[in-house]
Each structure stands twice: as C-alpha cells, then as structure tokens.
Write a protein that binds this ligand. Sequence first.
Ligand SMILES: Cc1ncc(COP(=O)(O)O)c(C=O)c1O
Length: 399
Amino acid sequence: MSLSHRASAITLSVTLALDARAKALADQGHDIINMSVGEPDFAAPKVVQDAACRRVQSGDVKYTPAAGMRSLRKAIGEHVGAIRGTAPYAIDEVTVCHSTKHALSGAVLSIVDPGDEVLLFLPAWVSYVEIVRIAGGVPVAVPSRADCGPDFSAIERAITSKTKAVLLNSPSNPTGYVWSADEVRRLAELCERKKLWILSDEIYRRLVYEGEPNLSPASLGPAIRARTIILDGASKSYAMTGYRIGFVAAPKEVAAGVERLHSHLTGAPNTISQDAYQAALVGSEPLEVAQMCAEFDRRRRWLIDALRGMGLAVPWPRGAFYAFPDVRAYLDERGTRGFCEDVLEQQDLALVPGTAFGVDTHVRLSYALSLDKIKLAAERLGKFLQAHPTRAAAASATR
Ligand SMILES: Cc1ncc(COP(=O)(O)O)c(C=O)c1O
C-alpha cells in the first residue's frame, strides 16, 4: 500500500517537532515560554462573541451556500473596498472560505496548472511552498534585500515564460516587513507588463504600527485590480484564529473558480463563524481591535530594542507580530534548527527556525504574548547568547 506522490511529497511543518518537544518539556514541569505561536493572545471582540452565541442559540445552524452567506459576501465586499480605497467588491467577486489558508489554496488551485511557476519572496510563510506544490505548480523562491524588502532585480531575473503569479505577503510573516507604496506600485507594474496574477495575502493588513498603512495592489486602479487576488480573513485582525474564517476577493471568474472547488472539497464555511465575522465587519471597527494593536506596538518596540541590545541585527518590523533577528553568528552546522533546539533545551524558550521560511540565518519570535513573558523570554535568550560565544569569538579563542 503506498501513498500518492502528492501526499508523500508534502513535508510536515518543521516547527511541529519543536512544538512537540516544547509540550513534552512542559508536561515534565518546565516553565516553557512559547514564542513560536502565530496567533493573537487576545479574545475576539465582544460583538463577535455575541453574534456567534446568538447563532448557536437560535438553533438555526444549517449549511449556507458554498460561497458563503450573501449578507457576509456583501459586507466583505464593502469592507474590502472601504479599507483598500477601491470601489466595493460585488457579491460575485467574493467567496467566503474556511480560513485565509483555505482561501489561498482555493485561489492557487484555481489559477495554477501543473508546471506553472509562482514566485515567493524569501523569507516566505511556510505553507506557500507546499500549497503551490499541491496544485502541481513550481514555487520559485526569490531572495530579498538585507532589510527584508523586495529585490527587484532578483524578481525580474526569476520571471520566466512559465511564471503565472507572484505571491505578495505584506505585512510579512515572518519579518513584519511592510512593502512601501512605491514597492507595491513597482511590483504591480511588473505584473502588468508580464501578465502575471498577484496573489496578495493581506492577513496582517490591520497590524501596521507606524508609517504608511499597507497598500493593496488592488488599490492601484482597475487594470491591477483585475489581476489581483486578495486573500484575507478574521484570524489576525480580529483575534479570531479558532473561528476559521476568511475570504477571496478577486475578479469574479476567480471567485467563482474557488467557489466551484470548495463546493466539492469542503462545502460551505462554518455558519456560526460567518455570523461572527459579519459582526466584526459591519459598522465601526470593534474597539478591542485598536486596543490590541496598541498593545502589540508596545511589545514590538520593547522586544526589538531588547534584541538589538543583545547585539543581534533585527530588521525593523512595521507590521504583523513577529521579530526576525539574524543569529548566524551563533550557528553551528545544525543551523537555525539546532539553535532553536538548544534554546528550548537550555532556556525553556520556544522559537521558530528560519528554515521554516526558507532562510537558515534568522529565527522568528512572536510577540503575541504578554509583555511580562516577553521580558522573561528576552532574559532567557540573553543568557543563552552569553553562554554561547559567537563563531568568531570561538575561532579567535582557539587560535
Ligand atoms: C502569512 C499568513 N497567511 C495566512 C495565514 C493563515 O491564516 P488563517 O488562520 O486565516 O488560515 C497565516 C497564519 O499564520 C499567515 O501567517
């Protein structure tokens, strides 16, 4: 009995082994600080909770259409337009999905044929590569600048006659980098010239703490909007990770393609979560969202200062809730994975190795945990670094 090539070729997330080890250590009584989590440590806004409860208590929790409730599609279409400064998306340009991940896989399956290439900008979120592969596509990793911004000559070089799409993730997981308006414009012009789709994963769009807000390529006029597929959801902006709800906003052929696929693969999204998401989107933004962002910002500033104080180079993250320091001076032949294993074993601190994002030079720390815990985590990381001379120091000591 053998598995399909498809299932065999997919690799499990490299973070899972570390996560399992962190849990095993916690079970043995270790006080683990887990900075590997990618979800807000806040409750969903009250209006969201109330809407979910109301739906459950109504007893009317039935299937909805595969593309989601029309009222939610309308609310999403209007919200996307208002936030991105575009005309509202029509109902048939929106397909509600079980999550942003689900939206992304539906969109990739809708536009990518076997052999088509999709450009990803390193460091790139762990699931991009595998989702493109599941669709039979070829993920093409494009290196970025040292500050984690786009390297346009590398992007131009990576484009071939087989390139079908680019995958933009701004603000970025894992770097927190937010593309400037000029950078988004430049990418959009390139995609227009080369006739490429832009898959724009905007899940962290609300979490930008300074400078210009995130710009969606779809905001750059009808021609670019016609080649942009927006992927977004409730998980990060509204602290609704467990609700599992997201959407595709795109030209109607794409939205319909995603709907057709999902009608067979997964069926309608969760009805309770649809109501809950609609409550988050209509009317003014729930107050809790700005409060959550202010708290993330406070933690961000504290953490980046602390990491820089330890002598680590950290690209300044304008968005999301991650720091991505360069630890290459401390690596041995096991790379960032070995570094994270050692930090976990010696300091009870869980981080994510850069290999999960295609770069073996940095590690990711999430600041979606209380400032007290972040301070304790920084203390532990500081102790770890002090106990481990950099490679340069170790080399000069043996000379
Ligand atoms: C860049 C990025 N895209 C998509 C997702 C998936 O979000 P969702 O919970 O809506 O599936 C995540 C979650 O960590 C993410 O970091």
